[in-house]
Design a protein around this ligand. Structure first.
Ligand code: SAM
Length: 237
């Protein structure tokens, strides 16, 4: 099984259970209790989620398909997939985030006026390395930023082992310009600096996917002022 660095992983969990939960609950929400930077991140992240949903919709209905959303956060992707009828297993290392995702799902379900689906989604507090099973599609958005380079191969190998057919993954890309921007950002203290952020080279991610038996079939990039995310769809070959 893949492992993230012991103490660092614990720090990420603690952050997303406490101050990080408060911060990201607002960013991934709809209220106006966000500042300009947070609003920009909310906008960029929503674009990434929309791109995934567009890909998924273009390829046909997800109704009845098993989907594992690893590091689900507050459910920004897991909830629309569940409302489309997918059998979603969503999990997050932070119990606070997974609990918020479940609450938001219940609210969204009531607002949609639909009956509870036959395949009710599951929301669990669990680290990515502990996820087991076999799913048609595995999604993992904006989680790799918490993984140092030497842990990424293990992470991708584990996610790939769970996916029968399709893996959709996003990460902050390591390019010269984003590396410079990140260094500039690190000069300013702020609550988002409570955990380290790791950028990753697309070639490295793609090579790990290939070694795990997956071929990249779609790519997208989302870039706003403060949010950068490379999105890949890979299918089992
Ligand atoms: N995927 C969600 C989305 O796009 O809306 C959330 C993205 S948020 C930036 C990162 C999430 O990854 C947090 O909710 C955090 O708790 C979770 N996370 C970080 N490391 C994790 C790990 N090792 N296992 C599971 N979840 C993890």
């Amino acid at each position: 099984m893949a492992q993230t660095g012991g103490d660092e992983k614990e720090a990420v969990k603690n952050y997303f259970d406490t101050a990080g939960f408060e911060r990201w609950r607002k960013i991934y929400g709809e209220t106006n209790e966000v500042n300009k930077v947070q609003l920009d991140i909310r906008t960029g992240h929503a674009q990434t989620v929309d791109k995934v949903l567009r890909w998924v919709d273009e390829e046909g209905s997800v109704a009845g398909l098993t989907v594992c959303d690893a590091g689900c956060g507050t459910g920004s992707l897991a909830i629309p997939l569940a409302l489309r009828g997918a059998a979603v297993s969503a999990s997050d290392i932070s119990a606070a985030m997974a609990g918020e995702a479940e609450r938001r799902y219940q609210t969204a379900l009531s607002a949609s006026g639909s009956k509870a689906p036959k395949l009710a989604p599951k929301f669990e507090a669990m680290d990515l390395e502990s996820i087991q099973g076999s799913y048609h599609t595995v999604t993992c958005l904006d989680v790799m930023i918490h993984y140092p380079q030497d842990k990424v191969d293990g992470m991708i190998t584990h996610l790939a082992s769970l996916a029968n057919t399709r893996l959709i993954i996003s990460f902050a890309p390591k390019t010269l310009s984003y590396s410079i921007l990140k260094r500039i950002g690190e000069l300013f203290p702020g609550p988002s600096k409570a955990t380290r952020a790791y950028l990753h080279r697309e070639e490295d991610v793609e090579a790990a996917l290939q070694r795990a038996g997956f071929k990249v079939t779609k790519r997208e990039m989302t870039a706003t002022s403060f949010y950068f995310s490379r999105l890949l769809e890979a299918v089992r070959v």
